[in-house]
Design a protein around this ligand. Structure first.
Ligand SMILES: NC(=O)C1=CN([C@@H]2O[C@H](COP(=O)(O)OP(=O)(O)OC[C@H]3O[C@@H](n4cnc5c(N)ncnc54)[C@H](O)[C@@H]3O)[C@@H](O)[C@H]2O)C=CC1
Ligand SMILES: O=C(O)[C@@H]1CCC=N1
Length: 276
C-alpha cells in the first residue's frame, strides 16, 4: 500500500512520522507532499519519508491519501488534486469542519474517511474519532483504523454528527485541560510558588490523577470521594466549584465547540449558518 500525506505541518508530520516508525507499512511507500520550501527542507532532513514538492509525482501513485492541510486551504488543494485522482483511491481527511460531502464533491471521488484527531497525537497518545462514506469497505476501514492507531487510540463513529460531538470532547479537549492547568498554575503562583515549582505541582497532579483513573473502572466521582474527607480541604474546593456551577459551565464549553464544528461543516458545504 502506498500512503501519501498532504501537508507536513503539526498533524501531517506527526502522522507521517508515526506511520514511518510503526510496522503499519509492510510494503509500499510513505510519501509526503507540502508546498512550503521551508517545510520541505525540514521534511527532507528527517530522512523518514519520500518527500515530494509536486502533486503529479506522488498523488497518482497513492492508494491512501491523508489530507492534513488547514481547512481554509482545502478548496484550492482539492481543485488541484481533482484531475489526478481516481475512484479506487481512499481519502482520509483530518481537516476540522470539512464534511465528507464537501470532499467527495471537491475531488469527485467516493471513498472518504473523515477523522478528528487531537494534539496528544504528537506524543503517541492521540485520540482520533472517525467515520466513513459507505463506499469504504470493512477491509479498508480496518486498515485505516490501524493507520490512525499509529498516533494513539481511535474510535469509529456512526455519523458525522458524532464526529462534530467528539470534536467538542476529544478534539478540542486538550485545550480545556490546559485551561484548567493554567488556572491551577495561576493560583499556585499567587500563593507564592516559583513558576517551575507551580509547573511541577500541577503537571504531576494531572499525570497522577489520569494514571489512577486508568488503573480501575471507578468513575471520576468515585475518585473525588476518595480524595475528599468530610469537612476537609477537598470538600471545600469541590463545594466552591459546585456553588459556581463549574460542571455545567464545562459542559456548556464542550457544547460550544460541538456547535461550532457543526457550523464549520455547514459552511464547508456552502450552507447558510443561523446564529439563532
Ligand atoms: N492542531 C490540532 O489540534 C488539530 C488539527 N486538526 C486539523 O489538522 C489539520 C492540519 O493542522 P496543523 O497540522 O495544525 O496545520 P499546519 O499549519 O501546522 O500544517 C499545514 C501544512 O499544510 C501545508 N499546506 C498548505 N496548503 C497546502 C497545499 N495546497 N498543498 C500542500 N501542502 C499545503 C502547509 O505548508 C503546512 O505545512 C487542520 O485541517 C486542522 O483542522 C484536527 C484536530 C486537531
Ligand atoms: O480548534 C480547531 O478548530 C481544531 C479542531 C480540534 C482542535 N483544533
Amino acid at each position: 500500500m502506498n500512503v501519501l500525506v498532504i501537508g507536513g505541518g503539526n498533524m501531517g508530520m506527526t502522522y507521517a512520522a508515526a506511520i514511518a516508525t510503526s510496522n503499519f507499512l509492510t510494503d509500499g511507500s510513505l510519501m509526503i507532499f507540502d508546498k512550503s520550501e521551508e517545510k520541505l527542507n525540514e521534511l527532507r532532513s528527517k530522512g523518514l519519508f519520500d518527500v515530494h514538492d509536486q502533486l503529479a509525482t506522488c498523488l497518482p501513485k497513492a492508494d491512501v491519501v491523508l489530507i492534513a492541510v488547514k481547512p481554509v486551504h482545502a478548496p484550492g488543494l482539492m481543485a488541484e488534486m481533482k484531475p489526478m485522482v481516481s475512484d479506487e483511491q481512499l481519502f482520509v481527511s483530518i481537516m476540522a469542519g470539512v464534511t465528507i460531502k464537501t470532499i467527495r464533491k471537491g475531488l469527485g471521488v467516493g471513498k472518504v474517511v473523515r477523522a478528528m484527531p487531537n494534539l496528544p497525537a504528537l506524543v503517541g497518545l492521540g485520540m482520533t474519532s472517525f467515520t466513513a462514506s459507505e463506499q469504504v469497505s470493512r477491509l479498508e476501514l480496518a486498515a485505516i483504523e490501524r493507520l490512525l492507531d499509529t498516533t494513539g487510540r481511535s474510535i469509529m463513529l456512526p455519523s458525522e454528527s458524532k464526529i462534530d460531538a467528539s470534536t467538542g470532547i476529544s478534539g478540542s479537549g486538550p485545550a480545556y485541560i490546559f485551561y484548567f492547568m493554567q488556572a491551577l498554575m495561576d493560583a499556585a503562583t499567587k500563593m507564592g510558588f516559583l513558576e517551575a515549582d507551580a509547573r511541577l505541582l500541577v503537571s504531576q497532579t494531572f499525570a497522577g490523577a489520569v494514571e489512577l483513573f486508568n488503573s480501575s473502572a471507578l468513575s471520576p466521582e468515585d475518585w473525588m470521594a476518595k480524595v475528599a474527607s468530610k469537612g476537609g480541604t477537598t470538600r471545600a474546593a469541590l463545594d466552591s466549584m459546585d456553588g459556581n456551577n463549574v460542571n455545567a459551565l464545562i459542559q456548556e464549553a464542550a457544547y460550544a465547540a460541538f456547535r461550532r464544528a457543526e457550523e464549520l461543516g455547514k459552511q464547508s458545504e456552502g450552507k447558510e449558518v443561523s446564529h439563532a
